[in-house]
Write a protein that binds this ligand. Structure first.
Ligand code: SF4
Ligand code: SF4
Length: 291
């Protein structure tokens, strides 16, 4: 998240960008919307990611409250669908051997805003670019440049997004997040909040800017309750995700890397939670969630 000190330094600066398609920033599965995950259910394993954010700038706080969920105490909770895979693979499952995205035309809306950040107000994006220019995922790529440069397109000048394509991509991503919040986010937040408050340490146990990942079961339970086609869609999705998890776990076991064990345990937990939800959805039971 952007800090006030960063903003004071970077607000007046101009940044330009040129993607040389090196694939460096595609080093893990992306954030998705549920609609995108349904579309790519055989490629990305999805989980629910919780992130407590505390932006220091008033405009950033306003945006976080709009896209996320305000917690007791004033922080916001980001509830996001995150693609998850083995870090040892160090690549998004959609990245081709030629370092190009194999699903470019239908890539997640979050990928289309790279190297910007949808949770940062437009006026503060220069701070994002200043920090990402030397960030681990971009090091050596030389794709973000301060000032104008031959072959690069201007992205940000004096606190404004000057690329109409990027302004549109940010607007599309934020609209998608707002739609997800209305479709399932608010209901899942109401389900999770009592558990978060009752956990040892309460909300403070969720580290600021840290992530916690859960199985997608609460999200699917909310979506499946919408209509009979939604219930059937969720059941088909669970079948696809369980099969995908089993394929990824089998490949990890064949790789025999000790570092993969934690993720294998997590994925097996996700599979068990999804299959348990599927059993209840098939029985037509009312679904109450324990995460
Ligand atoms: S690191 Fe930069 S150049 Fe490489 S794929 Fe990402 S945006 Fe493009
Ligand atoms: S979906 Fe495509 S653009 Fe997005 S991280 Fe994966 S390879 Fe990169």
């Amino acid at each position: 998240m952007v800090k006030l000190a960063d903003i004071a330094v970077t607000h007046e600066r101009t940044f330009s960008f040129h993607c040389g398609a090196c694939g460096k920033c595609c080093n893990s599965s992306p954030l998705l919307t549920m609609a995108e995950l349904f579309r790519h259910q055989d490629r990305f394993i999805g989980c629910l990611s919780l992130r407590r954010v505390r932006p220091s700038h008033p405009e950033a706080r306003k945006l976080a409250a709009m896209l996320g969920h305000v917690l007791p105490g004033g922080d916001s909770l980001m509830l996001a669908i995150q693609g998850v895979d083995y870090p040892s693979l160090a690549a998004c499952p959609a990245l081709g051997n030629d370092n190009l995205c194999t699903i470019h035309a239908t890539r997640p809306t979050t990928c289309a805003v790279v190297p910007l950040d949808a949770w940062t107000p437009d006026a503060l994006q220069s701070a994002v670019l200043a920090s990402r220019r030397n960030g681990a995922a971009y090091i050596g790529a030389d794709c973000i440049s301060e000032g104008m440069r031959d072959g690069y397109q201007e992205l940000v000048r004096h606190g404004r997004i000057t690329s109409s394509a990027y302004a549109a991509a940010l607007a599309q991503r934020r609209a998608a997040e707002a739609a997800e919040k209305a479709e399932w986010g608010n209901a899942v937040f109401r389900l999770l909040l009592p558990e978060l408050l009752a956990a040892p340490g309460g909300i403070a146990a969720l580290p600021v800017e840290g992530y916690r990942t859960l199985a997608l079961a609460p999200v699917l339970a909310v979506i499946a309750a919408g209509s009979e086609p939604d219930r059937l869609r969720c059941l088909a999705f669970i079948d696809a995700q369980a099969a995908l998890i089993r394929r990824h776990v089998a490949a990890a076991i064949a790789r025999k890397q000790p570092a993969d064990r934690t993720v294998t345990a997590m994925l097996r937990g996700f599979e068990a939670a999804l299959l348990s939800l599927a059993a209840r959805l098939r029985d037509g039971q009312a679904v109450t969630m324990a995460t």
